[in-house]
Design a protein around this ligand. Sequence first.
Ligand code: GLU
Length: 416
Amino acid sequence: MSEPNPFESLQEQIDDAAAYLDIETDVLERLKHPERVLEVNLSIELDDGTLRRFEGFRSQFNGDRGPYKGGIRYHPNVSRDEVKALSGWMAYKCAIVDVPFGGGKGGIVVDPDELSDSELERLTRAYATELRPLVGPDRDIPAPDVNTGQREMNWFKDTYETLERTTAPGVITGKAISSGGSEGRVEATGRSTMIAAREVFEYLGRDITEATVAIQGYGNAGSVGARLIEDLGATVVAVSDSSGGVYDADGLDTRAVKAFKNETGTVSGYGDAEELTNEELLTLDVDVLVPAALENAIDGDLAADVRADVIVEAANGPLTPRADDVLTDRDVHVVPDILANAGGVTVSYFEWVQNRQRFAWTEERVNDELESVITSAFDELVDAYESKDLPNIRTAAYVVATRRIADAYTEGGNWP
Ligand code: GLU
């Protein structure tokens, strides 16, 4: 069976929610498609003097609530439909946490491990140059995503500012502090994942300090989420990355695992922990499962074997719609990506606000404001879930978000 297309998954999620909303069919159709998608041809010189072409995209999904917002992904599996789906998830995510942004996403089809630092810099600058007419602090604001971080954001900002002959730190978020980044931004996605896990446990009347947790993916979201969940008092028994996973029934020291990965490139082989595959990790008998890698990690078949009671989605789109159906039937509580990982874009919003004000907040202020945004959004979703008797929290999230975007569109009137 071929992998579900993430763009079709997004459209299915919107349709599931629309069944509980009174929204005109034509308005809904608009909210299921990107406004525009740019495809770029990036030809850069490699260190050996040869030329190589890379394909890149930027999808601007919806701008009814504010400038397009969303990350840039560097991965060999990036495709037009993946970028379209990810840009849509951003639009709904921004609506859930009620930050004044629309949704966008970009990507380059590349394995960054195959390029040198200077080749990556040329590639990033070529991409920024192609995107220049579309982006800007009031138009479209990129950010980090899989395999991109502060370094790439700094290059992007510098390219934009040099070409525009101005200073515009708010053109992109996720920058290094020295280039106008925000305190707390690197940890933000993991932090909202932790808050989501804590809130859902409180909602279920369960004690998170007694919980066992497995985390698939040990990049930024997974490793920070693991550390903060461990700090809550839960026991992180297993973590993995694309090379495989490690398990210790007594709990892993998540910081030591991160240090090991920084040194060796993978979590696999850490200490005396038992080795396990990603599939074994996803079906472990734990209380909480955190998929923090890529889309389609759990399909309908695997969902039948999942033994966790709670899933907190740190990745975007880790469950297929079939997996969602199976897990809903089995009463597994899923905190959806568009809430659980919304800390990233929320602190991006704070970064953008600070850039506009030319005033830097303390880390404490960033974390306090993030805490209040995520907990209020969680309460709103639970309220919708219960009061409208919806099948699961994901549907509640799309009901709340679709309403907000549709209202912004219809109240704005039609142009032309
Ligand atoms: N790439 C992150 C996400 O998927 C962050 C986006 C942003 O900060 O704009 O939510």
